[in-house]
Design a protein around this ligand. Structure first.
Ligand code: GDP
Length: 263
């Protein structure tokens, strides 16, 4: 079972239902979109998964030139995982790899990179992969599964992480609320990226007992004012600023961020 995770939110993008159904099968995790993630934290996640006995690689599926190298890496990881199977005499049969991941995590792009073709259709919209399909590559049969999101998020922060990265459609959650929460996180963990990205002489400091929404809102205001997003009366258009923030977060323009740390 090859689960493609978003390197920026490895836990939130991991489908617990898939884990439950496939318990007992060899697992390989791909930390995809690692080009957008914090490289230091990606290293920590790699160590975390490996210490749990699972194969794990970091990947940027969009980098074309890396297709061959990446394939070699995956084959190596998978063959290590399949060694036990081979030693039991189960040779010859193609290794069936079920590829799963939440919508928009990069399944199609990953498969294209792995197969070296453009068979799977990639799109910049959640949920383009529909219906399951088998793709044969060398000694592997890859099963491309449609993006499956589990029905409910136990934790509100999981839902928000999925929204920041674009796994769930924007219209499901209020953009300004999302922007406030994301700003508050970045203000706490990546303050330098905010001051640099929005050319702020100084980052507004969090007041004691100020919640995420209130602090994030002040950060949105400061950034929006600096960008000149004003509406009548000199107020800052914080909704516009929230949209820009999400765009710049998703594209990596603001920096390389990871929103979840291994325990
Ligand atoms: P799927 O819904 O899981 O099949 O996702 P897609 O393969 O359609 O990819 C969704 C979006 O993410 C597309 O815009 C891809 O170009 C982009 N994408 C996929 N992999 C990567 C990656 O490793 N890095 C970056 N920056 N973007 C990626």
């Amino acid at each position: 079972v090859l689960q493609i995770l978003d390197a920026r939110i490895p836990l939130s993008s991991l489908n617990p239902e898939i884990e439950r159904i496939t318990a007992g099968k060899p697992h390989l995790y791909v930390l995809n979109k690692s080009d957008l993630a914090d490289p230091e934290i990606t290293r920590q996640w790699l160590a975390y998964f490996k210490s749990a006995g699972a194969g794990c690689i970091a990947m940027d599926s969009k980098q074309r030139g890396r297709a061959t190298a990446t394939k070699g890496l995956i084959e190596k990881e998978l063959s290590a995982l399949m060694e036990r199977r081979r030693s039991r005499g189960m040779v010859g049969a193609a290794i069936r790899v079920m590829i799963v991941g939440i919508p928009n995590v990069g399944k199609s792009t990953f498969i294209n990179s792995f197969a070296g073709t453009t068979r799977a259709k990639a799109a910049n919209k959640p949920g383009v992969t529909r219906g399951k399909q088998w793709i044969s590559v060398d000694s592997f049969d890859l099963m491309d599964m449609p993006g499956v999101l589990w029905p409910k998020f136990d934790d509100q922060s999981v839902g928000m992480n999925l929204a920041y990265t674009g796994a769930v459609k924007d219209d499901i959650l209020d953009v300004e609320t999302l922007g406030c929460h994301l700003m508050a996180y970045l203000g706490a963990h990546y303050p330098d990226a905010l001051t640099a990205g929005y050319k702020l002489p100084q980052l507004p400091q969090r007041e004691p007992e100020e919640n995420d929404i209130a602090y994030g809102y002040r950060l949105l205001e400061a950034a929006g004012r600096k960008r000149g997003f004003l509406i009548s009366g000199g107020e800052v258009d914080t909704e516009r600023m929230a949209k820009i923030l999400l765009d710049e977060f998703r594209s990596g323009k603001l920096g390389h961020f990871t929103l979840e740390l291994p325990e």
